[in-house]
Design a protein around this ligand. Structure first.
Ligand code: NAG
Ligand code: NAG
Ligand code: NAG
Ligand code: NAG
Ligand code: NAG
Length: 577
């Protein structure tokens, strides 16, 4: 094994040298009309109540998918799909920022932009793989002159530069392309994952695709990372899914919350396959087994291959991607939070899109789902802690949490339920949590719930976003529902005010019910049950802005619930670009 590994490194290096991959592209500026690096000069509007304090965003213009996150020589890199010219999607390049703490970021010039035949019509999403010797390599989707989606390779020009500012593309691009033999749909072939290395010394990567309504993760293999051969069968596919965008495939430990390298194999791990459904703009994942002999992924029995199954986030969260952080042995998840406002509102404010706070992600002890939690570094922005001791919240109570800047805050609350007698019986037809939250919003009184937080609230509650729980009785257990109700989040009804919901797999008889919300002007990112259910919402209050924003704990059920503890902090502003 060690021998073949060293042999691989040597052959890869000699390949790079003899095949001239590390030569700088001569075609650096051959497509001046497509050079999209000139930033538009229009300043973003001065009136900016919705810009974030600690969520990643560029100073202006359009951002979507996070791309190729990695850590290199102690520096975290985030690339992202960015339009340097406009507030709407188009002219996409890989913008680039770096950080030493995942909280404060400095900008660099775009790392990848159209510069060769294989990407002259677009440089779309992709991932980074760390090759032997610690060398990063990016595989990304290029759009060629025939508007076909093809896969390309770029490597850093100067490995001594920890900021990896300049990337060079191999003249051999594209490395994977649709053709008449492979029957790959050239309009549906994109978003290569981080590659993993099998014990046979071959790299593997999957690319999102579809045939008719079947979503597919097409598998390619390579000995040298340059010459890729399509595997006879996809790693996985699922009927009635439509296009699989941004697949992500990685191992998780069954023994601890530590992350694993993407190539890790062994008995103490499971694999996760996540896909982003172009049709519904939802992501879902399954947990299962990677069958190395057949090179296929087999989801565990009972897994749902659709967005009514498990989701990282049950709100606005898409095109996500993980990477293995070798500095702290954790896997970190990035995801794009789209706007929920109209294009004309985006044009007015001069920007569109934010990234969710990076989250540590690991397998729950049950083995049945993943758990996520904001990276601990974000806690260094906490200030002015306010703590409430335990307090009984009677039905109908609204408790103000003062002393924190409610428009930019971190709040962690937990509830203990002792009286379950009055829990409403769940109707077996209520299988869709979002639908249930929609029917039973914060203003619909129940018995056990709604109780939780009213965030980004105006004085007098003309506007508020309610994040809350309800507890129902099923045959042999209690069912916990978590909702994020945006119906009153803004007096401006032109925004998307959709309510989101999720079931939380906790046992309220034996466990406290916790809820943490990161509130950031127009984002409410909520973690229920210690990160077992996450819901992210975009909201655009008109009154609950800056000093006009208030925070409350509430119980709008008929039964009292015990607020065991509440901690809230103002969040300092991060340096973001
Ligand atoms: C793709 O490139 C061709 C040739 O440069 C150009 O005519 C066409 O408009 C481009 N299409 C898109 C969608 O950018
Ligand atoms: C590579 O990067 C290092 C560190 O930033 C720098 O000192 C060196 O000059 C760079 N080399 C080239 C050829 O640009
Ligand atoms: C190929 O993808 C395009 C774009 O989504 C779609 O319109 C077309 O129907 C697809 N063809 C097949 C055979 O799936
Ligand atoms: C982003 O939001 C816009 C406007 O609400 C919507 O049309 C679009 O489908 C959304 N895309 C995703 C990926 O959520
Ligand atoms: C609590 O319920 C009452 C009665 O349904 C409703 O009028 C009120 O708006 C609710 N409170 C909140 C915070 O939703």
């Amino acid at each position: 094994m060690a021998f073949s590994f060293n042999f691989f490194i040597i052959s890869f290096l000699s390949f790079l040298l003899t095949h001239g991959i590390l030569k700088l592209e001569a075609s650096h500026h051959v497509y001046p009309n497509l050079q999209t690096l000139d930033e538009s000069t229009t300043p973003a509007s001065a009136n900016q109540p919705y810009r974030t304090g600690f969520h990643f965003q560029p100073p202006k213009n359009w951002m979507n998918d996070p791309n190729g996150p990695l850590i290199y020589k102690g520096i975290y890199h985030l690339f992202y799909q960015y339009n340097p010219q406009d507030v709407v999607w188009g002219h996409i390049v890989w913008a680039h920022s770096t950080s030493t703490d995942l909280v404060n970021w400095i900008p660099h010039d775009p790392a990848i932009y159209p510069s060769q035949q294989s990407d002259m019509n677009g440089t779309w999403s992709g991932s980074t793989t760390i090759l032997p010797g610690g060398k990063p390599a990016i595989l990304y989707t290029g759009i060629d002159p025939k508007n076909r989606q093809v896969q390309n390779l770029a490597v850093p020009k100067n490995l001594s530069d920890p900021y990896l500012r300049v990337w060079v593309k191999t003249p051999k691009n594209p490395l994977m392309a649709p053709n008449s033999l492979n029957q790959i749909n050239s309009s549906s072939f994109r978003d290569p994952t981080t590659a993993w290395l099998g014990p046979d010394g071959h790299w593997r990567v999957i690319i999102g695709s579809k045939i008719d309504r079947q979503g597919k993760a097409i598998l390619f293999k390579s000995k040298d990372f340059v010459n890729w051969v399509q595997s006879p069968q996809p790693l996985h596919s699922a009927n009635d899914n439509g296009m699989w965008e941004c697949p992500d495939f990685f191992p998780v430990s069954t023994k601890s919350s530590y992350g694993l390298d993407t190539s890790a194999l062994g008995s103490d791990l499971k694999h996760v396959l996540k896909v982003s459904l172009d049709d519904t703009k939802h992501e879902y994942y399954t947990i299962g087994t990677y069958d190395l002999a057949k090179d296929i992924y087999v989801p565990d029995q009972g897994s749902l291959n659709s967005d009514s199954g498990l989701r990282y986030d049950y709100g606005k969260f898409y095109a996500s991607k993980t990477f293995f952080d070798t500095a702290q042995n954790r896997r970190i998840l990035w995801g794009w939070i789209n706007e929920s406002s109209s294009v004309s509102a985006d044009v007015k404010k001069g920007w569109s899109g934010v990234q969710a706070v990076p989250r540590k992600i690991w397998l729950d002890r049950s083995g049945k789902q993943l758990v996520q939690w904001p990276v601990q570094e974000i806690e260094k922005l906490r200030a002015n802690q306010v703590t409430f001791p335990s307090k009984l919240l009677k039905g109908g109570s609204v408790l103000q949490v003062s002393g924190v800047t409610a428009s930019q805050a971190d709040v962690d609350i937990s509830f203990g339920i002792t009286e379950f007698e009055k829990a409403e019986v769940i109707d077996p037809k209520w299988t869709n949590p979002q639908e249930l939250c929609n029917q039973k919003g914060a203003s619909v009184k129940g018995n056990l719930g709604p109780f939780g937080l009213l965030v980004l609230s105006s004085k007098g509650l003309k506007e508020y976003t309610a994040v809350f729980f309800r507890i129902f009785k099923a045959n042999d257990k209690y069912v916990v529902l978590m909702c994020s109700d945006q119906s009153r989040s803004s007096l401006d009804k032109s925004n998307d005010l959709t309510t989101y919901g999720a079931f939380v797999d906790v046992d309220p008889v034996h466990q406290k019910l916790s809820l943490r919300s990161l509130i950031d002007h127009s984002i409410v990112e909520s973690f229920g049950g210690g990160g077992k259910a996450c819901i992210t919402a975009r909201v655009y209050p008109t009154l609950a802005i800056d000093d006009g924003a208030y925070l409350y704990a509430f119980n709008n059920g008929t039964e009292p619930v015990m607020m065991e503890k509440l901690d809230a902090w103002s969040m300092k502003k991060a340096r973001i670009n």
